[in-house]
Design a protein around this ligand. Structure first.
Ligand code: MN
Length: 186
């Protein structure tokens, strides 16, 4: 394990970005709000380039267990396919800091601004609703913005176990014993 379990750096709430190879590969961005994870599916994943606005489809809230879930969702279940924890950490609600807007109200309004302290994703990020369940995930222009970094390509592995999606699939197929041993290796 690395410092990823230390969510307090970014605030007292947690976020996770899962890489999910379901019918199509996408990234699930989830923010702790109350006792659930408010969630968006981002087909291309987050970009650290403020000019790259990424489509983010609001999906059902998830339970807190998704913060650390890696494995293979079985065939026949919703979201069948391999999942890894691509990034996680703490976050701060910038709108609440600025003018006291509670997160629930910001969700209704369709504008969130959060400060992420993950291993891959840092700094300010906005989520803006364009219509209905369609939102845009946008990196704010700050010191963590970087048009050339492209972390979905250059940093593809799990921050919890260092595994690729192929390794998650292979170890799941080999049985729970293999996954457990691999996780302990670090
Ligand atoms: Mn998903």
């Amino acid at each position: 394990m690395t410092g990823s379990s230390d969510g307090m750096r970014g605030g007292d709430r947690r976020f996770v970005v899962q890489k999910h190879d379901a019918s199509t590969l996408h990234y699930d961005v989830r923010l702790e709000v109350g006792d659930v994870l408010v969630s968006w599916a981002v087909p291309k994943g987050p970009s650290t380039d403020p000019r790259q606005k990424r489509l983010a489809i609001r999906v059902d809230d998830h339970g807190m267990d998704a913060l650390t879930f890696e494995g293979v969702v079985p065939e026949g279940d919703y979201g069948a396919g391999a999942v890894l924890v691509w990034d996680t950490g703490g976050y701060r609600d910038l709108r609440a800091d600025k003018d006291g807007t509670p997160m629930e109200e910001a969700l209704d309004e369709g504008l969130l601004e959060v400060w992420l302290e993950g291993e891959k994703l840092r700094g300010g990020w906005a989520l803006k609703r364009t219509d209905d369940e369609r939102w845009l995930l946008i990196k704010m222009d700050d010191e963590a913005a970087d048009a050339r970094r492209n972390p979905t390509s250059t940093e593809p592995l799990s921050v919890l176990t260092g595994r690729s999606l192929d390794e998650v699939r292979e170890e799941e197929a080999a049985g729970p014993e293999a996954s457990r041993n691999r996780s302990e290796d670090g």
